[in-house]
Design a protein around this ligand. Structure first.
Ligand code: A2P
Length: 318
């Protein structure tokens, strides 16, 4: 399995299991099966509302002697209602309690968006706090503190533009080591990748398969179905593999970590086997041609009347 090695010598497998949208009642079995198949990287978040079940599956696998905690890479994320330096440690401790683990391998600020404490999801602009009220740099101080306390071995961000990242880097005592963002052939993000590479920050790609199981409220009417893309399908047919495997191999070959979600044992196996697929230079060229800078998770759920955000200020794009 391809991995990246961080400055402290820790190795993170590039291919992980996504747990966003994996429902309680099925996520535990999926995590357990994934570990049996050989997954060693599990991507979690408190807002996915399934961490207790994910944690129970991880602990069961450890108790059964299938894996040691040290062999696993567990990521989780700070939800937006716990921004501000003093809120980070309680939020992380709550995630650790839910997972039943003593430490995380990686903790990320989930979005560069702050919600009023006590509010799960904003229902009006008043539930959102502008970055001037709680700057990302303030939340970052809390992230550095939990790192120094050993509650997580690495810290990073998610959904953060190059511009916000540069501002963070100017004040960071401990630099973010990962930026987790949406990435797939329709949204290839070459500039963000280059900027992160130059800063020594690893990209983890979420929604690598197009997240077709998103709730309807998070889908546009004319949305493309990535897994049905004819170019991806043709490449898959030439290699005798599945479109999902092409999408995953493309990320790994580019040195990008990725976290395809599945709760289905056959697809879990299929996705892991993508690590053995090698795409040819002409395949890569054809996939390059698919970029439309098309976001599937465009963050429009943060745009509430009277709130501080627009898509321009969220992504720092025209
Ligand atoms: P399921 O969980 O039933 O396998 P993403 O990782 O981009 O969020 O995409 C997740 C979606 O892709 C889920 O609907 C998941 O369904 C589906 N999926 C996962 N692996 C495969 C695969 N190998 N082939 C087809 N669909 C897949």
């Amino acid at each position: 399995m391809r991995s990246t090695t961080f400055a402290n010598g820790d190795r993170m497998p590039l291919l992980g299991l996504g747990t966003w949208k994996a429902a309680p009642g099925e996520v535990g079995a999926a995590v357990r099966e994934a570990i049996r198949l050989g997954y060693r990287h599990i991507d979690c978040a408190s807002v996915y509302a399934n961490e207790p079940e994910v944690g129970a599956a991880i602990r069961a696998a450890i108790a059964a002697g299938e894996v040691r905690r040290e062999e696993l890479w567990i990521t989780s994320k700070l939800w937006s209602n716990a921004h501000g330096h003093s809120n980070v440690e309680p939020a992380l401790r709550s995630t650790l309690a839910d997972l039943g683990l003593e430490w995380l391998d990686l903790y990320l600020i989930h979005w560069p968006v702050a919600i009023r404490p006590g509010v799960g999801f904003p229902s009006s602009g008043e539930d959102l706090l502008p970055l001037e009220a709680i700057p990302l740099s303030d939340t970052w101080r809390g992230m550095e503190a939990v790192l120094e306390r050993g509650l997580t071995r690495h810290i990073g961000v998610s959904n953060v533009s190059s511009r916000k990242l540069q501002a963070l880097l100017t004040m960071a005592r401990q630099r973010p080591e990962v930026n987790q963002v949406e990435r797939h052939p329709l949204l290839q993000q070459p500039q963000l990748l280059a900027d992160c590479a130059a800063a020594g920050i690893l990209i983890t790609a979420y929604s690598p398969l197009g997240s077709g199981d998103r709730p309807a409220s998070l889908k546009g009417a004319d949305e493309p179905v990535l897994l049905d893309n004819p170019v991806i399908g043709a490449i898959a047919a030439e290699h005798g593999c599945s479109p999902a495997q092409v999408l995953i191999a493309w990320q790994l070959q580019g040195g990008v970590s990725t976290i395809p979600k599945s709760v289905n044992p056959t697809r879990l196996r299929d996705n892991l086997a993508a690590a053995d697929l090698t795409l040819t230079p002409p395949d890569l060229e054809r996939i390059s041609g698919l970029d439309q800078h098309r976001r599937l998770v465009d963050g429009s759920f943060w745009l509430l009347e009277g709130g501080p955000w627009s898509l321009q200020t969220l992504w720092d794009e025209p």
